[in-house]
Design a protein around this ligand. Structure first.
Ligand code: ARG
Ligand code: ZN
Length: 432
């Protein structure tokens, strides 16, 4: 009997050693640069047929030679994927070896970590917390903040925008900012919350902010894709699309930033429902994109600036993303993003690339920024915020403040520039 026990322990010890040696206990993020067409094909295959999530590029169709691929590999498939890469002599760098730990860190909040010195705006928040915050903010600032219900999501969650109106000047222009189109880009809703807070706190304190808010109202939609955002907290941190269930396929979700009516579903989007860049059944097929489009249509005479906040890759993008053609006001938009990037570099020593989306990243039709521009909102932009190269979508809470400050600098630069232009044009009209 004793020998049986010894044998049993021995065998299991051996097993323990084996798993301890090779298997990862945490999800990882790999940075892989394929250097042959064969390696490209293997990577496409891995990202499609193995349990992994492609972070960059957004779809396996865009994997190409000599271009970095960022791949999230969960713990349970890391052994298989690592073996496969080794077998084909594909070299890679580990961007993040402890993804699970960072995900856990991102989800930590007051109740789980009361000693953390971080303020509300230096943490990520659940959808429920964000809804509470919206109500609280409106209650705390009854004269300046209004909650507007612009629509509801597929799963019937409300889409609330806050209207900040800090003085009562007649015929004010407005700026629209939306966050959280893509569920996993958590820094985006965090920016919207921070921006509202900053505006309310620094009106009459910070000169640029005061000037901006004296001249325009600001609409802020903190979470455009609440179903997806909720899902990233409860089921899958890497979820991107909304949660539209497509009958007849096992695949869920439409990419809301491919669902607008701007060269809809041409090259750069997919009509395959399982794709991360699925464009939906028709333009504005999704309640979330339709709600935003309806609101912008009915306010297009006052809204001068459209801003959509995404992550990651540190870019300030302007139209167009849906065509290689130049926007009719290309040079003034280019001047604005250039100046915004220069200010970020000067104040925060961080480099943002800038330019029209199609030429700066990739063709991406059906985007909200292009659609808003075509509607007549001439100053239309998409910002891609931090990280600075290691964390991707898993930007630790300690980096929220820095990322938001950079984006705020860009918003201020652009808004001031737009105001300067419209003031110049009204005064010239007056003098004529
Ligand atoms: N990363 C964003 C996306 O893939 C880029 C958006 C650029 N603008 C656009 N209209 N596609 O959706
Ligand atoms: Zn995005």
């Amino acid at each position: 009997m004793a020998t049986v026990w010894v044998l049993f322990i021995f065998l299991n010890f051996d097993l323990l050693l084996k798993t301890g040696q090779c298997a990862e206990t945490s999800g990882q993020v790999l940075s892989i640069t394929p250097n042959s067409q064969e390696q490209v094909e293997i990577l496409k295959n891995v990202s499609i047929h193995y349990q992994t999530v492609l972070w960059q590029p957004v779809s396996s169709d865009y994997i190409k030679e000599q271009t970095q691929v960022h791949l999230y590999v969960p713990a349970n498939s890391s052994q298989t994927v690592n073996d496969l890469l080794h077998r084909h002599s594909i070299t890679y760098e580990v961007m993040l070896s402890n993804a699970d730990e960072i995900i856990e860190m991102q989800m930590r909040n007051d109740s789980t970590d009361p000693r953390s010195g971080a303020t509300f705006y230096q943490r990520y928040h659940t959808l429920e917390d964000i809804y509470d915050w919206i109500n609280r903010t409106a209650k705390d600032y009854p004269n300046t903040v209004k909650v507007i219900l612009v629509g509801s999501s597929h799963e019937k969650r409300p889409l609330y925008a806050l209207k900040l109106s800090l003085n009562n000047r007649p015929n004010k222009k407005a700026m629209w900012i939306d966050c959280g189109i893509h569920a996993r880009e958590w820094i985006s809703p965090a920016f919207c919350l921070f921006f509202v807070h900053y505006s309310l706190l620094f009106y009459n304190q910070n000169q640029a902010m005061t000037q901006i808010l004296d001249n325009m109202d600001v609409y802020v939609l903190p979470v455009m894709n609440p179903d997806g955002y909720k899902y990233t907290w409860t089921n899958d941190r890497m979820w991107r699309k909304n949660r539209f269930p497509k009958k007849g396929t096992p695949c869920i979700g439409v990419d809301l930033n491919r669902n607008f009516d701007a060269n809809w579903c041409t090259r750069g989007a997919s009509d395959y429902p399982c794709s991360e860049i699925y464009c939906g059944a028709f333009p504005e097929s999704e309640p979330e994109s339709q709600a935003v489009a309806n609101f912008l249509r009915s306010h297009k005479d006052s809204i001068q600036i459209y801003l959509s906040i995404h992550s990651y890759s540190q870019m300030l993008l302007m139209p167009y993303s849906c065509t290689m053609d130049e926007a009719e006001n290309h040079s003034e938009l280019y001047e604005m993003v250039k100046q915004a990037a220069e200010n970020i570099r000067r104040y925060y020593r961080n480099i943002y690339t800038y330019g029209p989306g199609a030429k700066t990243i990739y063709l991406a039709p059906g985007g909200s920024d292009d659609w808003a521009h075509m509607l007549g909102i001439k100053y239309s932009f998409t910002f891609e915020l931090q990280d600075r190269g290691r964390y991707g979508f898993l930007l630790p809470p300690s980096h929220i403040q820095g990322a938001c400050n950079e984006a705020l600098t860009a918003v201020k630069t652009i808004a001031l520039k737009v105001m300067e232009k419209s003031q110049a044009s009204t005064s010239s009209r007056q003098t004529v």
